[in-house]
Design a protein around this ligand. Structure first.
Ligand code: ZN
Length: 71
């Protein structure tokens, strides 16, 4: 069951109807470890598809893309 979900980048509320997320979004969760300055902190955020697209446009090396059906 989804509660309200917001894109952390633009703040837009994602489309959720009757507990079902009606659009896909990038969900990240990172537990920082010993060699970081955030040891034991867990960071998580959601990025909507359009913010995700503008984010990866700024990557020097684009993300690796493969087809889930072929794996
Ligand atoms: Zn967004």
């Amino acid at each position: 069951m989804f509660k309200d979900m917001y894109c952390n980048v633009c703040g837009r509320k994602l489309k959720v109807e009757n507990g079902i997320l009606l659009e896909d979004a990038f969900e990240a969760r990172k537990q920082w470890g010993y060699f970081s300055k955030k040891d034991t902190e867990v960071h998580s955020f959601v990025i909507c598809e359009s913010c995700y697209d503008s984010m990866i446009e700024r990557f020097a090396i684009p993300p690796k893309v493969s087809n889930a059906l072929e794996i």
